[in-house]
Design a protein around this ligand. Structure first.
Ligand code: WT7
Length: 657
């Protein structure tokens, strides 16, 4: 299998990308039923939005259910946006209550399957009951609007209930991915100032149970402000309950009322914080607010998946990522969809679990990550071929550039050549999909996220903000505010300014490289900062490095990515040891485990290399670009004149195994 297209801007290979010249127009049948039909349809909507953005977004916002209508569409004070001021609404009304009045009342909101094979269906009516009861439980714990809560749960319906119950009361949730470590839970809980943690005893992953509650116990030793912890019983494994702090979910909701008045939230009130990696410093608490975020998530979900009433829609992301927030919970529920939720791993008990689920529940829209597709390819074509995938009508990808070969495989082996593929580019910060084909309108090209959604102005520019020519690489920027944009970094507005608004003047800086082809299609070339993209998830080199230097043997460390067939990028770490420490395989293994324990298994280095010293600039900055070349076995290219000591490079090469 060819390796994924994942060029760093310094090593970009535009010529090889240009070889991809295939285009795939939607079929006439697909177009005939689509919300937006043909390129003329797309262009008309795009122009409408571009020429009068306020009117366009006001019209879209009319699709939300408001408690009090808004007075003004946008107040823009760069870099701070306020959308839909004067209005009040509640996200849980939009995701649940509004569907109780019509035919959706008894429609399945969530079809869930646990990894062991257990399953449940919650209609909108049932979801409403659970959300109200749990919200009333949270009230009993003294939680109120503006408080923060950490959610650290497996992918079970209660995770969705917990998010919506918080939203109902105006409690700002911060979901921490269940695969992250105790350390990550502690750091995020402290930064958010959360006073409540919602978790489970455990969750299932590859047949084993993940000890979520034990991790929370460990984390909370370092979080004195957390007064309460609610624990959902999922696995039944024994856990320690601290009587003054911990309470079982089922005890909390026992006998509470199934009616709970939702709070009237201002448009700009925070809905959630979600932590994501940046190139320097600790994770950034990306802050999203109520109206703009909900609008972005629901509008894009409707348009990009060309939603139909009878869809069974499956986004395979975990709720710990922004994809899970926008396209498992808020977007689909706001649109009254039926969503598929699966707790576990794609290869348990066998490597065809996903295909089995699609056939069993009649999934019609399937949205997943390129890294997963590359794993499916490796596992063999005969696995999807064994199952009836004829219910599928649309496929989607997210998280990293998809290599054209994986795109074609997905199209042929899963979509049987019938289903359009929407390659969706966006970020935790953008809150919603920004660049993607409207599937009944925009012909696709394998490897390109194609064109911006109506309402989004994306450009490829140089450092000064001047547009670069067709097929020239540059920075991808967004030049107009959009409703679901992040509002700030929680507790750190200065970092918000410097990370997104100071690199290129007057526009939002995405930190991605891109080029625009002769048809205006955008091709994303990957991150330009020191951020790794492992299995479609951002990890900062800095976090991996600080985990390593925590280890008693390590003096200094540098982490870099190298292309990986399955994960997109794998992690290679270069480590210098303290005096007298022994560089052997045992220590290599110990360091890999150490990082995994500190951050989570996703961050476990694929390779540890010991070095006498690391290549640095004269100002002391580690030159990761050179290490990247060495890690991927390439010739070092580009400028080495700022290197302090050239002999370091030669030594690093000699040490290669
Ligand atoms: C970064 C954002 C958006 C949810 C998942 C990741 C990369 C994302 C694509 C795509 C090329 C993509 C970018 C982006 N990325 N989708 N379709 N094509 N690259 O969210 O952790 O905030 O990461 O993922 O580099 O900046 P995230």
């Amino acid at each position: 299998m060819p390796s994924p297209t994942h060029p760093k801007p310094e090593t970009q290979n535009i010529a090889s990308l240009l070889k991809e010249g295939r285009t795939f127009p939607p079929s006439p049948e697909f177009v005939a039923n689509a919300k937006v039909q043909g390129m003329e349809g797309y262009k008309a909507l795009y122009e409408e939005a571009k020429s009068n953005p306020d009117a366009f977004w006001a019209k879209q916002a009319g699709e939300l259910q408001w408690i009090k209508p808004f007075e003004k569409v946008l107040t823009w004070n760069e870099p701070h946006a306020r959308w839909f001021e004067g209005g009040t609404l509640n996200a849980s009304i939009n995701c649940v209550d509004r569907h109780l009045k019509g035919p959706n009342r008894n429609k399945a909101a969530i079809i869930w399957e646990g990894e062991p094979g257990d399953s449940r269906v919650l209609t909108y009516q049932m979801l409403h009951r659970e959300v109200c009861q749990f919200a009333n439980g949270l009230k009993l714990l003294g939680m109120k609007s503006g408080d923060r809560a950490t959610i650290y749960m497996p992918l079970i319906p209660e995770a969705v209930v917990a998010m919506l119950a918080c939203a109902r009361l105006g409690i700002v949730h911060s979901v921490v991915f269940g695969g992250f470590s105790a350390e990550a839970v502690a750091e995020r809980t402290k930064d958010a100032g959360a006073t409540l943690v919602i978790t489970a005893d455990g969750g299932y992953r590859r047949g084993k149970s993940i000890p979520l509650k034990a991790n929370v116990d460990d984390a909370l030793n370092r979080c004195p402000d957390v007064a309460k912890c609610v624990v959902y019983k999922r696995t039944g494994e024994p856990v320690q309950m601290k009587p003054s702090r911990d309470i079982w979910w089922h005890d909390l909701v026992q006998g509470v009322e199934a009616h709970c008045e939702p709070a009237a939230m201002e448009s700009e009130d925070p809905l959630f914080i979600l932590y994501t990696s940046g190139s320097t410093g600790k994770p950034k608490g990306i802050l999203h607010t109520t109206a703009g975020y909900l609008l972005g998530a629901s509008y894009s979900h409707r348009m990009v998946f060309d939603l139909r009433d009878d869809d069974v829609y499956w986004c395979t992301a975990d709720i710990g990522w922004i994809t899970g927030h926008s396209y498992v919970v808020y977007g689909p529920l706001c649109n009254g969809s039926t969503l598929m939720l699966y707790e576990g791993a794609p290869d348990f008990p066998a490597k065809d679990r996903f295909w089995e689920i699609i056939a069993k529940y009649g999934v019609s829209v399937f949205y997943t990550a390129p890294t997963a597709i590359r794993a499916f390819i490796k596992w063999g074509d005969e696995l999807p071929a064994k199952h009836d995938l004829s219910s599928l009508r649309l496929l989607g990808t997210v998280g990293e550039p998809i290599n054209p070969e994986a795109w074609i495989w997905f199209h042929e082996k899963i979509g049987k050549g019938r289903c359009p593929i929407v390659d969706t580019w966006w970020q935790t910060e953008t809150g919603a999909i920004m660049i993607a084909p409207l599937p009944g309108a925009v012909p696709t090209k394998p490897g390109s996220a194609t064109l911006p959604l109506p309402g989004i102005i994306a450009e490829v520019v140089d450092k000064k903000g001047n547009p670069v020519g067709d097929n020239e690489g540059g920075y991808l920027v967004i030049s107009r505010p959009w409703p679901s944009m992040l509002r700030t970094i929680f507790n750190d507005d200065a970092r918000y300014r410097s990370a997104y608004w100071e690199t290129v003047p007057n526009v939002y800086f995405t930190a991605d490289g891109a080029r625009r082809d002769q048809d205006g299609y955008l091709w994303i070339m990957g991150r330009v900062d020191d951020v790794l993209n492992v299995a479609g998830h951002r990890l900062s080199t800095m976090e991996v490095e600080s985990a390593l230097v925590n280890h008693p043997s390590v003096a200094e460390a540098a982490a870099v990515g190298r292309p990986d067939e399955i994960k997109g990028e794998g992690i290679v770490v270069f480590v210098t040891l303290k005096q007298g420490k022994i560089a052997d395989d045992k220590l290599k293994q110990a360091l890999r485990e150490h990082v995994s324990k500190e951050i989570g298994a996703l961050a476990r280095p694929d390779e540890v290399r010991f070095a006498e010293s690391l290549p640095k600039t004269r100002s002391g900055k580690i030159m990761r670009r050179l290490l990247r070349d060495i890690a991927s076995g390439n010739q070092t290219t580009g400028d080495t004149t700022t290197l302090e000591d050239l002999s370091v490079l030669a030594k690093l090469r000699d040490d290669e195994e």
